[in-house]
Design a protein around this ligand. Sequence first.
Ligand code: ATP
Ligand code: MG
Length: 656
Amino acid sequence: VPDSADAVLEGLDPEQREVATALHGPVCVLAGAGTGKTRAITHRIAYGVRAGILQPSSVLAVTFTNRAAGEMRGRLRQLGAVGVQARTFHSAALRQLQYFWPKAIGGSMPRIVDRKVQLVADAAAACRIRLDRGELRDVTSEIEWSKVTQTVPGDYAPAAAKAGRETPRDPAEIAQIYSVYEDLKRERGVIDFEDVLLLTVAVLQDRPDVAEQVRAQYQHFVVDEYQDVSPLQQRLLELWLGDRENLCVVGDASQTIYSFTGATPDYLLDFRTRHPGATVVKLVRDYRSTPQVVHLANGLLAQARGRAADHRLELVSQRAPGPEPVFTEYTDEPAEAEGAAHRIRELIDSGVPAGEIAVLFRTNSQSETYEQALADAGVPYQLRGAERFFDRPEVRKAIAALRAAARFGGNDHLLDDAVDLPSQVRAVLSGEGWTPEPPAGSGAVRERWESLAALVNLAQDFAAVHRRAGLPDLVVELDERAGAQHAPTVQGVTLASLHAAKGLEWDVVFLVGVAEGMMPITYAKTDEQIEEERRLLYVGVTRARERLHLSWALSRSPGGRPNRRPSRFLDGLRPGSTGTRGRAAAGGTGGVERGFPAARSGPSGSGSPRRRLRSPARCRVCGRTLTDAGEMKLMRCDDCPSDMDEGLYERLRDWR
Ligand code: ATP
Ligand code: MG
């Protein structure tokens, strides 16, 4: 913990210091990836608190995901600033809504509906509109989109046409279902996730007394990833602020990747117009990545078009040179996954911690091939943005068992033998089927094991800090973490979609599936959609600190027709390619490698098609294990919207 407020400013460059010390009035930081935006605002809050200028409880820091919020709270604690609220828009709104519901609306807050698709199905049935399963999901996503863009049923048809949405049914029918869906929710006394923001905005707008109370509580606002703020979130922010201007926003227009939900970098880029006296700070020093990675990122930006691109800032790496990015072409997707797993195995064997490696892909449906390949290579992994940790059945059961053991002191003789907390936890969890060694293979069994192993690790970490803590203390800690959705991290390779990787960093990043049809994804058609895909790739590239591997496969499956080509975004940047704008192979000095599946020993390496372990069918959007036959056919669970909106789904999941 730094010993003074000034010490908090050490380790910031002059521009970051300017951000950290400008504690009053509007501040806007426009800067590229890895320039220390998140660091600057975290130190800003810590500095203000340590200097006695900001009351911790009067600061509301808004981040994009629950995980980012958890990380910020952790950093603030390390900097000696506790008690600051760091939340997502959604979780901040949810808390306020719960608190004010009895006073502003009456009664207690309704339950949040968990099987929304069923409600939409009932609404369609009430309208006598028959939808098949695919249409049902697509209509559900249209309703979600309408709500986050604040489009009422009556305006749906023109709004959808204007936004170029591919409507699964006649827009008039969708509008009708949407309207009945809203009625049904009211009748059944439930609300949906989007309602949390909508209702908070409505309450703050209609009830000046409530708005005053919220404004009295929060005096200072900080927003990270402001380029992806939606109109509704912006409205909420304005209501929180009232006529005050103690607002600090940071963002990078080149990382706008949620525009399909109505998010827009215009709020960031027009900040000064709305706040004429604003301090605007630009950061260009990239502290995250090597010059080689930064060079590729700058190359991608140079080809970008549109408003976000007009405001691009060339990054200047502050780090020592590292290896060139590696570009690898594979014959098919399983070979690509095996190749990546093989390289990852080598990296881990050479001493790189698994937690410092990530595999990033465009759609969650790509995940399974990589899970399988990593499991085959004996590499631990964790899925980012998959089902929420504390909601997993095995985690709930395990915590219930720990709670019971804590309460009754354990009538289990195993507990008597255990000298310390971690052993007690292991003893209780062994009753839940946990073993010290991981089970063979991948799939659901392995996942359950990983969840419990994460709890054991958490107990070890907890016991290391709180030496006298017992099971009851651990249970309190777990309850707190569950409330904050602050999941323990597994020391494994991270598998994540590009949308979920936002704001994060790893020493080694494997960007896979960098092929036409995946990046850009087939359904990106308009120029704006193509530009957003390019920004997604930029987000991916800039997650790497040192090593970056980009790969693609020429066909989907082994023996398939080689009908794919590397992503157009790499034209001119990948060695050997000619750029659309005549740039020579800027991304690297070497050539594109040909990837081969890893050399294998044993019977599976005999040249015959490899027998793959059977793994459970997973929802291609959220990764949840599927049990329903209908769901399995579609490879998507009932709760998930259509493929079109995987990113939206991820965002909703973060909100939950
Ligand atoms: P993104 O746009 O991806 O969210 P960012 O601008 O928020 O990136 P940070 O995550 O804050 O960047 O910082 C990137 C990395 O650089 C982090 O590891 C951070 O600790 C480090 N860093 C930032 N500023 C400095 C600095 N002044 N000195 C040393 N390291 C720094
Ligand atoms: Mg950041």
